[in-house]
Ligand binder design. Structure first.
Ligand SMILES: C[S@@+](CC[C@H](N)C(=O)[O-])C[C@H]1O[C@@H](n2cnc3c(N)ncnc32)[C@H](O)[C@@H]1O
Length: 205
């Protein structure tokens, strides 16, 4: 991994993902999390203040050492035990049926093989466990999609492999989840091509 990807990208993501405008969406995605939780794409721990009291522990999965360092203060203030338990959402180092709930926020854009990561989440979630997500992806409008296709190569280069055109909800259901809550919207204040969000809860059948 080069210097930019290893040291600069996690700092850019910490600032960009840490914007106040994202807070209500993080709160909504974290609402209902309970028990043993696995969070893929933990980054700099921006979800930590939003974990509900029902969460017993968090297994954080992310390849970025710099992201983990940037999380230090939030980890100190966390009210639940958090351990850095894995580096790659595509290959989770956990037994089957180990978790009650899972969380992914603005991460499904970046994991190279998202299908593999979703299959892994299904494997490690107990039957009936839920995946809570807020993710940006393919926009509902063709005009915005055209911009997304144009911008995607630059976006991937600047933001550590972040795709703009992934059909997030199709990929979640394609992996065998059933979506039971879903809100689709453009993030206020963000360009539409980068802010076409899907926020919801999916059940591992
Ligand atoms: C846009 S950031 C989002 C971070 C965090 N979820 C948030 O909401 O602030 C995407 C994150 O995915 C992580 N990531 C990249 N590849 C990954 C992989 N294979 N498995 C797990 N996480 C990965 C990156 O290191 C980065 O922290």
């Amino acid at each position: 991994m080069g210097f930019y990807a290893e040291h600069i990208v996690p700092r850019i993501l910490d600032k960009a993902c840490g914007l106040e405008a994202a807070t209500p969406f993080r709160q909504r995605a974290c609402s209902g999390l309970a028990g043993e939780v696995v969070e893929i794409g933990f980054g700099s721990g921006l979800n930590l203040p939003h974990y509900p009291a029902e969460v017993v522990s968090v297994a954080a999965v992310d390849p970025s050492d710099v992201g983990w360092k940037l999380a230090a203060q939030r980890l100190e203030q966390a009210t639940v035990p958090v351990r850095r338990a894995g580096l790659d959402g595509q290959r989770l180092p956990f037994d089957d049926d180990s978790f009650d709930t899972a969380l992914s926020t603005w991460t499904m854009c970046t994991i190279p093989d998202l299908v593999a990561a979703l299959q892994e989440l299904r494997r490690v979630l107990r039957p009936g466990g839920t995946l809570h997500f807020v993710e940006h992806g393919l926009a509902p409008d063709e005009k915005v999609r055209r911009t997304q296709r144009r911008m995607e190569p630059f976006n991937k280069r600047i933001f550590g492999g972040c795709h703009l055109t992934r059909p997030i909800t199709d990929l979640i259901t394609g992996a065998g989840f059933e979506i039971k809550e879903l809100d689709r919207y453009y993030e206020p204040g963000a360009p539409k091509f980068a802010g076409a969000d899907s926020l919801g809860v999916a059940v591992s059948a």
